[in-house]
Design a protein around this ligand. Structure first.
Ligand SMILES: [Zn+2]
Ligand SMILES: [Zn+2]
Length: 105
């Protein structure tokens, strides 16, 4: 019985697995981090009322999607607009914001 041939089970190396996780994370990140990206691109300031934000109240500044599609997140930020929650609410004013928040949190 030729039972000694080492059977090579191809397991992903730790390196490959890490890369895979990174890739998966990257996809998730690109969606979740559009806010911080938009803040970096557009600045921590409301595009409507011009109110400026800092670390203490930054959570009040939200990212509005110009075309209303939260999945449309071009890296150049062309679909993002930073709006404070009041202006953002105003922008939608139809309860769409509730959906927006449930998706981001
Ligand atoms: Zn505002
Ligand atoms: Zn919006």
């Amino acid at each position: 019985m030729a039972n000694k041939g080492p059977r090579t089970v191809v397991l992903p190396s730790a390196e490959k697995a890490a890369a895979l996780v990174k890739k998966m994370r990257g996809e998730v990140d690109s969606n979740e981090n559009y806010r911080s990206k938009s803040l970096r691109i557009n600045g921590a300031i409301c595009a409507k009322c011009g109110r400026e934000f800092d670390q203490g109240n930054l959570s009040l500044l939200t990212v509005h999607h110009r075309d209303g599609n939260h999945h449309n997140n071009p890296p150049d930020g062309s679909n993002w607009e930073n709006l404070c929650i009041h202006c953002h609410d105003d922008e939608h004013s139809r309860g769409e914001l509730g959906e927006y928040f449930s998706k981001t949190t």
